[in-house]
Ligand binder design. Structure first.
Ligand code: HEM
Length: 320
């Protein structure tokens, strides 16, 4: 059977379950038409584990980890392997008021450490190797805010799965044999209108999020047909009533002097449709028209889907 197969051939996932750190860099790249681009990218990805070890060893307490995701358009070119079953470009989601935009990206590097300097050093060595094979679409440096709060002032990440629920929620298993040990990733870079947000009373903000601000206590769901909170809209059940979690490693970013206040959303999932359903419910609303009020104060500048293949698959990319 499939599962005895996967036990015989050990498949190492990437460090997708690495802990939330003080610092993170989100790097989105596209492939250029430089003649050596694909070869360079393949060999860099194959050597990524070694590159990460170079940097991680400098301070083993700093929890350094890097995961790489490959976009739908680039998958065939870079891997020359069968496509993960659900992998496709981020679909624009148009609600009556707000739109989740779809933006380009062939590679995502999610670089994490307790130390900003380790993230920086890794990125320096990585960009050096990639050279003119890539063009930077976006680089965002995120930081951890106190109490793991986002810049709206709420604790962010509470409902994430923990322990054995992490691989069960984020790693593709026997349902897609060629994608085993991998994970779908969706990113969106949001900027907030903090001035407008801060005119709301704490109770109004709490109703929008679905948790209390100081104590982080979950509020009851609104009645069906009424305006739902963010946490209710982002809770997904399948037709059998089974709830499907994703893993979020959101980070605040911004610059007070430039008036930029943001949340970099990043979600990992075993099932891409779960994240897409969250976006549908947030932007279109449930019922239609009652969109997530968080969006009245938050605008996504990007939206891209990737697949983070297993570390074993990455290591094999150099083999021709
Ligand atoms: C919950 C913030 C965007 C999915 C939460 C919570 C906060 C939050 C404060 C409650 C605490 C927690 O469980 O983490 C934000 C901010 C966003 C954002 C500031 C950007 C403006 C998104 C997006 C998605 C998402 C785009 C999915 C596509 C979730 C999920 C939960 C959650 C799944 C947990 C729901 C539950 O089971 O209780 N978010 N979020 N969030 N958010 Fe977001």
């Amino acid at each position: 059977t499939q599962s005895t197969m996967s036990r015989r051939v050990p498949i190492e996932p990437q460090r997708v379950d690495a802990p939330l750190t003080q610092s993170a860099t989100f790097l989105v790249l596209t492939i250029t038409d430089s003649p050596k681009a694909v070869k360079t990218i393949r060999s860099t990805l194959a050597g990524l584990d070694g590159l990460a070890k170079n940097v991680a060893i400098r301070d083993l307490n700093a929890s350094f980890a890097c995961t790489v995701g490959i976009g739908s358009k680039a998958w065939d070119l870079i891997t020359k392997l069968p496509r993960p079953a659900e992998l496709h470009p981020f679909p624009e989601v148009k609600g009556d008021v707000h739109t989740a935009v779809s933006t380009p990206g062939d590679l995502l590097f999610h670089i994490r450490s307790e130390r900003r300097d380790l993230c920086f050093e890794f990125e320096r060595q990585l960009m050096n190797l990639l050279g003119d094979s890539v063009k930077v679409v976006d680089e965002t440096v995120g930081f951890r805010y106190f109490d793991v709060r986002d810049l709206l002032g709420f604790v962010d990440g509470t409902a994430n799965p923990v322990g054995p629920a992490v691989p069960a929620s984020i790693l593709v298993a026997e349902e897609d044999s060629s994608a085993v040990g991998g994970s779908y990733i969706v990113i969106q870079k949001y900027v907030h209108n903090l001035q407008a947000w801060n005119t709301l009373k704490a109770e109004q903000q709490e109703a929008i999020i679905g948790r209390t601000k100081i104590d982080n206590i979950e509020l009851d769901d609104a009645d069906p047909g009424q305006q739902q909170s963010h946490k209710s809209l982002a809770t997904i059940e399948d037709e059998d009533g089974v709830e499907h979690d994703i893993l979020r490693d959101n980070m605040p970013f911004g610059s007070a002097s430039a008036g930029e206040f943001g949340t970099y959303f990043i979600g990992y999932s075993r099932r891409l449709w779960v994240i897409e359903k969250m976006l549908q419910r947030m932007f279109v609303g449930e019922p239609r028209g009652l969109h997530d009020r968080i969006l009245d104060f938050s605008t996504p500048l990007t939206g891209t889907t990737f697949f983070a293949p297993s570390a074993s698959l990455l290591a094999s990319l150099d083999s021709d």
